[in-house]
Design a protein around this ligand. Structure first.
Ligand code: C5P
Length: 234
């Protein structure tokens, strides 16, 4: 994959919608994709999503759906009136849940890409074992990623350090979206398994998710531009 194929998604992890909209106003024309997570969505709802869409951004709604198949399918249908391009669900919900979500998306939101979250990066082997899973986190990530692909899920959210292994076992057209990205010189915050934007792109990520290196930068517009330049290899 060429570096140009990898796009930046800004994780809009901010406490209130006013400051988020102010920041997005400055990023119009520079940035294409925005990730809206639970923090923003539960507080500000669909109206906020629509405002961000009206400003011209594409939206990745990171709600990590996980429930019985019928409920998840209904949630996908409820969300289909929102202008979103990507939506997450937990692969741990299993085949039936993922197929129900896929079918609901095909029926009510044909352009929507569904992305599966595998093992949360907050888990280690011990934590997984407590939940009854004796596979290593790496094995379980690969297991769940394959299950998601088999059940028609379009992409996987994964650590940049998992890209290479997943590219070897997943269908070619699987979208890989990677958080845990830090430009050279940026603080790693609490992220432990990190990669630079350029290396993640080169390794095969389709989208990198970046939050704090942009949100906490003295000049967020400049920080955004320099990540985009890095992705383009400039
Ligand atoms: O600020 P930072 O760049 O670390 O933000 C990364 C974003 O990606 C956050 O919204 C975080 O919730 C999300 N994320 C992550 N690690 C995962 C999955 C999602 O950091 N494994």
């Amino acid at each position: 994959m060429s570096k140009q194929d990898c796009k930046l998604i800004l994780a809009l992890d901010m406490p209130d919608s006013d400051s988020a909209l102010k920041l997005l106003e400055k990023l119009r024309g520079t940035l294409e994709w925005v990730k809206i997570g639970m923090q923003m969505y539960y507080k500000n709802g669909g109206d906020f999503v629509k405002r961000v869409d009206e400003m011209g951004f594409k939206i990745f709604l990171d709600l990590k759906l996980y429930d019985i198949p019928n409920t998840v399918a209904s949630a996908v249908k409820s969300l289909s009136n929102l202008p979103i391009g990507m939506l997450t669900l937990h692969a741990e919900g299993g085949s039936e849940m993922m197929r129900a979500a896929r079918d609901a998306a095909r029926e009510s939101a044909p352009g929507l890409q569904l992305l599966a979250v595998t093992v949360l990066t907050s888990f280690n082997a011990e934590g997984l074992l407590e939940t009854g899973i004796s596979l290593s986190p790496k094995q379980q990530v690969e297991n769940l990623a394959c299950l998601a692909a088999k059940n028609g899920i379009n992409g996987i959210v994964c650590s940049p350090l998992e890209i290479e292994a997943l590219r070897n076992i997943l269908p070619q057209d699987t979208i890989l979206v990677t958080p845990g990205i830090r430009p050279l010189g940026a603080s790693s915050d609490e992220q432990k398994r990190i990669m630079t934007p350029a290396l993640a792109a080169k390794t095969g990520s389709n989208y990198i998710v970046v939050g704090r290196p942009i949100l906490k930068a003295e000049n967020p517009v400049q920080a955004t531009k320099s990540i985009i330049d890095e992705l383009r290899g400039a």
